[in-house]
Design a binder for this molecule. Structure first.
Ligand SMILES: Cc1nc2c(=O)[nH]c(=O)nc-2n(C[C@H](O)[C@H](O)[C@H](O)CO)c1C
Length: 153
């Protein structure tokens, strides 16, 4: 069955994260169909995700970029609730691939986090929809930084 993935991203973001995710999705599933909507900022992402779900996508990836101020963080918390409600209401997974500007010390690190997180979550989505993610359960996987591994006692 052809997989249809919705992509939502913002002009607020400072890295075109969707570009790397789409490349990864196509590498892992050459027949994947991509539907993309770009919005100004994170608070607009629930609307765009709903549009794509109504078009019949199997899942949505939302590429957020959140500034360092308290106002930015509140924006994220509020709009995230919208994305969670959509998942429950429409029974479709939404993978939140957000980078927070205060995660990194400089732009170089921020860029690397954004690309790594985008690629790894694209792979997560494909594996999850294929039911193949369970073999990685508890393995301490991280998106944006190197994996930390499992704790074994
Ligand atoms: C304060 C603020 N912070 C962010 C942010 O950190 N990341 C982001 O993507 N967008 C931000 N925005 C913009 C809003 O999400 C939205 O695009 C505008 O309020 C227009 O509806 C706002 C207004």
């Amino acid at each position: 069955m052809t997989l249809r993935v919705g992509i939502v991203d913002t002009t607020f973001a400072r890295v075109d994260m969707a570009r790397y995710a789409i490349e990864e999705l196509r590498n892992n599933d050459p027949s994947v169909v991509i539907e993309r909507i770009t919005v100004p900022g994170f608070k607009n992402t629930p609307w765009a995700a709903k549009q794509l779900i109504n078009r019949g996508v199997d899942a949505v990836m939302v590429f957020g970029w959140i500034g360092p101020s308290l106002t930015d963080k509140i924006t994220y918390a509020v709009a995230s609730m919208g994305l969670i409600m959509l998942q429950i209401e429409y029974d479709k997974p939404i993978i939140d691939v957000t980078v927070h500007e205060d995660e990194a010390r400089d732009e170089r690190e921020l860029f690397d986090i954004a690309v790594d997180r985008s690629r790894k979550h694209a792979r997560n989505l494909i594996l999850m929809l294929r039911g193949e993610l369970t073999k990685w359960a508890g393995m301490g996987l991280r998106q944006g930084r190197p994996d930390v591994g499992p704790i074994i006692r």
